[in-house]
Design a protein around this ligand. Structure first.
Ligand SMILES: [Zn+2]
Ligand SMILES: [Zn+2]
Length: 463
């Protein structure tokens, strides 16, 4: 019998408590502290908004993290109920069962427990606390200590608090409602609640500006912007210095020789911690060297898709110290013709000791280019994922590639294109010959079995 299916005494107690909502809410003042965490998990998972609000308002620990619990959608009503329950705490309140919550964390995080207070109940501490903003608990307490030493009185009658949230400005009614709940709470706090946003995603810049004034962008480490002017991107970057990840898509600017582009590079050059850069539909033809030059020396992930890269840009990539240690490179939807193969091979040679993930889908790579790349590719000993779908490759070269890659023991996933002989007209899905397709799959499967590499997953992309 599966022991995990038998409810424990605690499960039964929680189920009983959840049945009668008014009684449970009333009892929260008296139930043992230890019951709060399983009660919170049950209320969150069951989307019991009234109970959640009451639990947050009486939470007996310093911090509360959504952590590993699954959030259905980024701006859902369950999170709104939690914001609603957050009590702005007066400084003089020191009763033992008074609300203690100072840090409410609405982010999903697989490595984060519901509360950090087990470490020390005497000096409660939260591992996720903000360390950058002047409005953070840490910085306000430092300032208060300095004021206390210099005889002045503390200015605020409320304890500093923090609310962590990932924000997605996508212009939908749902996200607007969520933002208004959030901003109401910040306004009610009269400056004692720090809204800390580490992951900020903006789609179209039209309706985000009024909200941004409530954020301290120095806290943000992940930024994604889709559809904006480059000058708007620079305005945001000017307020950020701790970015780990920057993703820009469909950014509008007139030229890589203008003032806006120079401004952008200046701000990008301040991001010493940047590990991941993603540019898509970002027209940088012949100017990639300028961009690479300002990046930190050991970038891990680089996405350059739909960026109209030229031969000169490939040479820049192959000579760049900044692109010398990449773990992930995505150049999909860039034309890699025969004349580009030499700098591309040099680039792969540079990356052979670090590269784990390579995507070169829809690059118009032909047999001759791929054949030139195969010897270097087969030396990328840490490669785990290779995707080169939607390229005009023939069956003999595909088989040769498979033979050369089977010794790469870390390589587990290969997404390969439909060989050209399976089409009547290349890349036209309607002209695909299903029987030839099945033969290709069977041949490759047989070769993998013969090489004893059934652990390697070869998937055909026929779209
Ligand atoms: Zn914590
Ligand atoms: Zn912060």
């Amino acid at each position: 019998m599966d022991q995990t299916e038998i409810p424990t005494l605690l499960d039964l107690a929680i189920q009983n408590l959840m049945v009668n909502e008014p009684v449970l809410i009333h009892a929260l003042e008296e139930i043992p502290r230890e019951l709060f965490i399983p009660l919170f998990i049950a209320a969150f998972s069951g989307e019991r908004k009234n109970i959640l609000k009451a639990i947050v308002s009486t939470w007996p620990f310093r911090c509360l993290h959504v952590g590993t619990l699954r959030v259905q959608e980024p701006h859902c009503e369950v999170l709104e109920a939690m914001i609603d329950g957050l009590q702005i705490l007066p400084v003089q309140n020191s009763s033992t069962r008074a609300p203690k919550l100072r840090v409410l964390d609405l982010r999903q995080d697989a490595d984060c427990r519901t509360t950090c207070t087990d470490i020390s109940s005497k000096f409660p501490f939260c591992f996720q606390s903000c360390i950058y903003s002047q409005q953070s608990i840490l910085k306000i307490q430092e300032a208060c200590n300095n004021i206390a030493n210099s005889e002045s009185q503390p200015q605020s009658s409320r304890k500093p608090m923090e609310l962590f949230v990932d924000l997605y400005f996508d212009g939908t009614l749902r996200s607007r409602k969520f933002l208004s709940v959030l901003l109401n709470k910040v306004e009610q706090s009269f400056g004692s609640l720090h809204l800390c946003c580490r992951d900020l995603q903006i789609s179209k810049t039209s309706d985000y500006k009024s909200t941004l004034k409530f954020l301290d962008l120095v806290c943000t480490d992940h930024l994604g912007i889709d559809q904006a002017y480059l000058s708007e991107v620079s305005t945001l970057l000017a307020q950020m210095i701790h970015l780990d990840s920057l993703s820009l898509s469909r950014i509008i600017f007139r030229s890589c020789k203008g003032k806006n582009f120079r401004n952008f590079l200046t701000h990008l050059g301040q991001m010493d911690n940047l590990e991941e850069l993603s540019l898509s539909f970002f027209s940088i033809r012949d100017q990639l060297n300028k961009l690479l030059r300002v990046l930190p020396p050991e970038l891990d992930f680089l996405y350059l898709t739909f960026c109209e890269l030229s031969h000169k840009d490939f040479i820049s990539l192959s000579q760049s110290l900044q692109a010398n240690h990449l773990k992930l490179l995505n150049l999909s939807n860039t034309q890699i013709s025969w004349e580009y193969s030499e700098p591309f091979v040099t680039l792969l040679e540079n990356l052979s000791g670090t590269l784990q993930h390579l995507e070169i889908d829809s690059c118009l790579i032909t047999d001759s280019t791929l054949s030139a790349v195969i010897p270097t590719l087969s030396r990328c000993s840490h490669l785990r994922v290779l995707s080169f779908a939607s390229n005009p490759i023939t069956m003999p070269v595909l088989k040769h590639l498979l033979q050369q890659l089977t010794p790469l023991m870390e390589l587990k996933y290969v997404i390969y294109p439909v060989p050209v002989h399976c089409y009547e007209q290349w890349n036209s899905h309607d002209t695909l010959n299903q029987q030839k397709l099945a033969e290709v799959k069977a041949q490759l499967k047989g070769m993998l079995q013969a090489a004893q590499r059934e652990d390697m997953n070869w998937t055909m992309c026929s779209e």
